[in-house]
Design a binder for this molecule. Sequence first.
Ligand code: AMP
Ligand code: MG
Length: 478
Amino acid sequence: MKLNDIKLTNPYLKLDAEFHDRVKPDPLDKAHLIHVNRTVANTLGIDDDELKSEDFVRLLNGEFEAEGSDPFAMCYAGHQFGHFVPRLGDGRAINIGTIDKFQLQLKGAGITEYSRMGDGRAVLRSSIREYLMSEAMTNLRIPTTLCLGIIGSEHPVRRESIEKGAIVCRVSTTWVRFGTFEYYAANGMFKELKELADYVIDESFPHINGRPDPYKLLFNEVMVITSRLMAQWMSVGFNHGVMNTDNMSIGGLTLDYGPFSFLDDYKAGHVSNHTDVEGRYSFENQPAISRWNLEQLMKALSPLTPIEGMEKLLSMYDKVYVRYTHYYMCKKLGLEGTVEGDPELIDDMYDMLEKLQVDYTLFLRTLSHYKHKGDRTDLLATGLYHEPMNEWLNAYDERIKYIDPTERRNQMLNVNPKYVLKNYMLQEGIDAAENGDFSVVDDLFKLAKQPFEEHPEFERWAKATPKEFKNQKLSCSS
Ligand code: AMP
Ligand code: MG
């Protein structure tokens, strides 16, 4: 499809006027393309040669008005660090329309009715992080919003210093958040609340349509996909950093990339966001915080369906989460079926990794190559001391002795990435980009696309994180 042939629809605009602010993007000065995601472009049906055109940059800069264009920002509320904020909304993201089921949104495209004190902009560094990380997550098979492309500019943006503005064109099948429901519930707008619930069922859970008590079923769906998402984050060592209810996707997607990180050394209490002094959103708290967030969603849905039914569902959250975690971790350890002692084997591994300050990704990748009672040199080299790793490996040897070694290895290499985008790697890409060199962003994109491949040219990024960069915290200002 040529850009001129794009026909946008805007299903969200069919909702009551309370749901959105119609607002035109405010383009950046001297915009230029940094990277385009061809897979996403193909999914949208945009022709390859269109991606090199000036009009494509104009599309990402909010200047190209495709047929049906009617841009808007979405209204929502949210619990931020446990405190309810009655009105948030897209303060710097402008929705430009939907192609098939895919809703395009420009993040950093100027102020909206919901910008509060903000400038409606996004800086280059945070945009690069979101652009690369959403691609990395999807290729790790973790549900996430995606990005079509990223543009840079000469547009000055004031943060701690003056930086350059950028825009990522984000793509998702839903942009509704837990906080969207909270907005209408808190304002006693139950007609709009129902309208939203019906819209979300149509958009993300059409199989519920027409079933009895659809709003209870909606809650059940969100509970299950959120617990699965947590199990996936935890199994890959991802810390989101700001799990406010306005950053929780109703579609169970990883949403709003800010001060996130992948674990370097395994550390359950790792906190990515340096303003999170109490560690509310630490790595290990993520599953429990999701349950707390689901509780807020449950309260918001309670005008539509009796709360008792949802409470019963929420009481199953821990069990569902443990089930999913067990499933993903057994795959990562190459364990077939489930035998008694597996949960302990997995827990003991975490204890051992934490004690020995072992790089989480490197350990599991190295373990994938380990043969039953084989050479332990590479594995032992990932830790500070040989005990208790030897002890744990003895237990592991016992567990895998009847498992086909080739099958185990192949399965493990397919679920334990060789590369994850750690913060120090992203920072290398950002440092180069801020000097006008986008080649490192290109390299990191290749790794994001194929995290399970060997990529011998990037071997240094598969090693443990250099000491000086381990477990660093990031600022929220983006
Ligand atoms: P975040 O922490 O990025 O998820 O943002 C929380 C809220 O602040 C959302 O409502 C954002 O739209 C808004 N926000 C963040 N940064 C800006 C900005 N630079 N300008 C306007 N609104 C912003
Ligand atoms: Mg947000």
